[in-house]
Design a protein around this ligand. Structure first.
Ligand code: GRF
Length: 207
């Protein structure tokens, strides 16, 4: 993907919870040299800190709840429409706890990123930090990847390793991972926005 040079990339961020990754992206975007304009924040639930962070930054928000639609496919289509209405160059799932359906993925091919708190392909799914801890690994980390039709299976853009310490519980490990996760996500989104990217099979390259 090659974006218009000199024009900030339009980024829609999807959230479901605390929104520290969103906050890191919003803070980085304050610098015009970062090359990103967070044009909207979308959520699948109301009353979450992430939406408050977006509103405090003056960013447009939208909420569509699965429960308000007759079928999951209807929700997926409406959510995709809401995202597409903001004409994003890149869509970033940052703690968004829904799997996008095939209709959504088809709208944003190779432009939908996710971040995961484990070194994929190890420990995919909802509890990356908990599962890594339970397995007894000594190193875990975070992964930013391009979303495909599987659960945390898409082409990997960037990863960073984080040590698992004696005495860690799920919360302490996840918090240590999230520090790296924010750094990697901010770095990757900025470089993709400024330089463009290619996805060839499983390989993602930022020139
Ligand atoms: C992140 O660790 C993300 O990978 C996981 O949930 C966490 C979201 O954190 N899916 P935040 O809402 O950005 O603070």
């Amino acid at each position: 993907m090659r974006l218009s040079s000199g024009v900030p990339a339009r980024v829609v961020v999807l959230v479901s919870g605390t929104g520290t990754n969103l906050a890191a992206l919003l803070e980085a975007s304050e610098d015009p040299a970062y090359g990103v304009n967070v044009v909207a924040v979308g959520a699948d639930r109301k009353d979450i800190p992430a939406l408050a962070r977006a509103q405090a930054a003056g960013v447009s928000t939208f909420v569509l709840r699965v429960a308000d639609f007759e079928t999951r496919e209807d929700w997926d289509a409406a959510f995709a429409d809401a995202v597409a209405g903001h004409e994003p160059d890149l869509v970033v799932s940052a703690g968004f706890m829904k799997l996008a359906g095939s209709g959504f993925l088809a709208r944003f091919p190779n432009r939908y990123l996710n971040t995961h708190p484990a070194l994929l392909p190890a420990f995919p799914g909802m509890h990356g930090a908990r599962d890594a801890l339970a397995h007894g690994v000594k190193v875990s980390g975070c992964t930013v990847f391009v979303v495909d039709g599987g659960v945390d299976t898409g082409p990997i853009v960037a990863q960073a390793a984080v040590p698992v310490l004696d005495g860690d519980d799920e919360a302490s490990l996840h918090e240590r991972i999230k520090v790296e996760e924010r750094r990697v996500l901010v770095d990757v989104v900025g470089r993709m926005a400024r330089e463009g990217w290619t996805v060839t099979g499983r390989r993602v390259t930022i020139p």
